[in-house]
Design a protein around this ligand. Sequence first.
Ligand code: SF4
Ligand code: SF4
Length: 162
Amino acid sequence: MNWINYYKRINNKISTLTPLYFDCGELCNKLCCQDNGKGMILFPHEKEYIDTLSTDFTIIDKNNVNTLFCTGICKRETRPIACVIYPLFPYLYEDGRLDLKKDIRGKNSCPLYYDDIKELSLQPLFRLKLFALLEEMIKEEEIHQFLRMMTDELLTIEKFTK
Ligand code: SF4
Ligand code: SF4
């Protein structure tokens, strides 16, 4: 598998997607970029693609999962998948069901976490395009296993988050 070409193709499909019809960073002064001290978790082999880009990211291997640290500013087209899809995350359940849900880690910070303000509803095309792509991506065994692991972690965080 040529992972560089794989993620190049993925990136071409999603790099221009945005959750709202306008830049949601205007709502919160890009909180998720400013408050990223814990880093952004990369998909399996995504680092190989990011390494080919011109960025000032630092990527650290934490227990075999690559975590990206940034300065809070980046070029839109170099964003890792985790940033493009935020505030959603693909939950992949034990029975194989895929669900694109609000990421629990955004509960106390991202204005888009809640659905009660109509103007802040995620644009349907954002969800649809991501879901179609993720359905294809989970066919790759390593990505499947990665999302299973992340889903279990997020479900545990959900249990302890009020
Ligand atoms: S995803 Fe949420 S936290 Fe990040 S810029 Fe948009 S509204 Fe702000
Ligand atoms: S990589 Fe870019 S989009 Fe992601 S948190 Fe950093 S500055 Fe924001």
